[in-house]
Design a protein around this ligand. Structure first.
Ligand code: C5P
Length: 397
C-alpha cells in the first residue's frame, strides 16, 4: 500500500526522535520513499548521518542552504511529497504550525505545502495538558491536520500521562490510512459516534447505551476508501480508527459545537447515540446521600445534531446519513424519522435486547432512502461499515 509513496518526514527535537529512525526503516521495508528533514533541535537527538543512512536519501536541515535550494527549492520539497509526517511533533512545532510561522525549514515546508500533514505529538504531560497546546491542537485539527497519539504512559522525564509519541506501527497505520487511494479521495466526511455523557454532578451522568463500534467501523471504512474523515466521538468503549481526525466530546451540546466547528463536509454520517436530554440542575459538587430525601433532576432537551445539519441553508453536506435504532416497527419508525429529521438516508436497525446488536459485533440494517427500503442480511459491523462506505462513495460520484 505504501510502495512508491513519497513521505517527507520532519523530525522534531524531542526524546522520541529515536523512534523516527525505526519509522524510516519500517517505511523503507514497505518500499516507501522517505525524505528526512531534521530541525535544529532534532539534531540534538538523532544525527543526520543515521537518518540519511536509513533513508538512503539526503537529509534537509537548512532553509537558507544554497546547495539544497539549487537541487530542490523548499516549495518543491513539500509539493513533491504524497504526505508530510511530523514525528516527533514537539509543542514548539505544533505552535509554529498553528500560528502559521515560517522561520526555519520545517515550519516553512509545513506552511508551503498543499499536501496532507500527519503529526505524532510527543511532549511532557504538562506541556500536552497546557491550554496553549490544546488550542494549537484544535486549530491544527480544524485545518485538516491528521493526528496520531500521543499515548499515555511513563515518560522519559519520569512523569506519567499522555504525551508519549505513538508507537511506530500505529504511525505506519495512520500513514497508510492517510495515503489510502480510493473513490472518496479528496472528500471530507464527518462522522459522529459513541454515546454522549450528560453530567448529573461531577461523578454521575446519564447516557445512552452505545459502544461506538459501528460509528468507529464506518469512519475507518470511509478513510479506507480515501476520505478525509473528521470523527466526532463521545466516550466510546472502542478506540478510534487510524488515520481520521478525532475530536473527543462528552455532551450533546459539545458534539453539536464540534460538528459546527468542523470544515464544510461533502457527506456526514450521524452514528452517535446522543442523549435526548441534559440535566439543567446538575450539581457542581457531588450530590450527597445525606438523608435529606431523593434528589430531583430537571431536564432540558438536547439539540438534535442530525436535524440541525440536515436543515442547514448554506454548506449542507451533499449527503446526510442518520441512524435509527428502534425496538419495534423498525422500518415504519425509521421511514418517518427520515422525513422528520430531513436527512437523505436513514440506516435503521432493530436493537431489541434479543437481537444482541447493542454492544455486539454484528448488525442487521435497512438502508432507507428516496429509492425505498433496502434490507441487508445480518453481518458484522465491519461489513455493514464497508458496504455503507461503498454506497456513500457511489452516491458521491
Ligand atoms: O431521534 P433519534 O435519537 O432516534 O435519532 C437518531 C439519529 O439522530 C441518529 O443518527 C443520531 O446520531 C441522531 N441524533 C443527533 N442528535 C440528537 C439525537 C439524535 O444527531 N440529539
Amino acid at each position: 500500500m505504501l510502495a512508491g509513496k513519497h513521505i517527507l518526514l520532519i523530525v522534531g527535537g524531542g526524546i522520541a526522535a529515536f523512534k523516527a529512525l525505526d519509522l524510516v526503516r519500517r517505511l523503507r521495508e514497505r518500499e516507501a520513499q522517505v525524505t528526512p528533514v531534521l530541525t535544529k533541535a532534532g539534531v540534538e537527538f538523532v544525527t543526520p548521518l543515521s537518518l540519511s543512512a536509513l533513508s538512503a536519501a539526503k537529509v534537509y536541515q537548512d532553509l537558507f542552504n544554497l546547495t539544497d535550494e539549487a537541487e530542490m527549492g523548499h516549495i518543491e520539497l513539500s509539493r513533491a511529497a504524497d504526505l508530510i509526517v511530523v514525528a516527533p511533533a514537539t509543542a514548539d512545532l505544533m505552535a509554529k504550525m498553528a500560528g502559521g510561522l515560517a522561520n526555519d525549514l520545517a515550519s516553512t515546508l509545513l506552511l508551503a505545502t498543499d499536501k496532507r500533514v500527519l503529526i505524532a505529538p510527543s511532549m511532557n504531560v504538562r506541556m500536552w495538558d497546557h491550554p496553549a497546546t490544546g488550542r494549537n491542537l484544535a486549530t491544527l485539527k480544524s485545518d485538516g491536520v491528521l493526528v496520531v497519539g500521543p499515548n499515555e504512559g511513563d515518560m522519559a522525564c519520569g512523569e506519567y500521562g499522555p504525551g508519549r509519541m505513538a508507537e511506530v506501527p500505529e504511525i505506519i497505520d495512520a500513514i497508510a490510512s492517510a495515503l489510502a487511494d480510493g473513490p472518496l479521495k479528496g472528500r471530507h466526511i464527518l462522522v459522529t459516534s459513541g454515546p454522549t455523557h450528560e453530567p448529573i454532578d461531577p461523578v454521575r451522568y446519564i447516557a445512552n447505551r452505545s459502544s461506538g463500534a459501528q460509528g468507529t467501523a464506518i469512519a475507518g471504512a470511509l478513510a479506507g476508501l480515501g476520505a478525509d474523515v473528521t470523527f466526532v466521538t463521545g466516550p466510546a468503549d472502542v478506540p478510534p480508527p487510524a488515520g481520521v481526525n478525532v475530536v473527543n466530546v462528552q455532551t450533546a451540546r459539545q458534539m453539536l459545537e464540534a460538528v459546527q466547528a468542523a470544515r464544510a463536509a461533502d457527506a456526514a454520517v450521524f452514528a452517535a447515540a446522543v442523549a435526548d436530554w441534559h440535566v439543567t440542575n446538575a450539581g457542581d459538587s457531588k450530590i450527597k446521600k445525606d438523608g435529606s430525601g431523593l434528589p430531583t433532576l430537571e431536564f432540558a432537551e438536547n439539540p438534535d445534531i442530525l436535524a440541525t445539519v440536515s436543515e442547514m441553508k448554506e454548506g449542507r453536506p451533499k449527503l446526510v446519513v442518520g441512524f435509527a435504532a428502534e425496538t419495534d416497527d423498525v422500518i415504519a419508525h425509521a421511514t418517518a424519522k427520515r422525513v422528520r429529521k430531513g436527512c437523505d438516508w436513514i440506516v435503521a436497525n432493530d436493537v431489541s435486547p434479543e437481537t444482541g446488536i447493542m454492544g455486539g459485533s454484528e448488525n442487521a440494517v435497512t438502508l432507507i432512502s428516496d429509492a425505498g427500503a433496502d434490507s441487508w442480511p445480518r453481518m458484522t459491523k465491519d461489513q455493514v461499515a464497508r458496504q455503507l462506505a461503498q454506497r456513500i462513495a457511489e452516491a458521491m460520484t
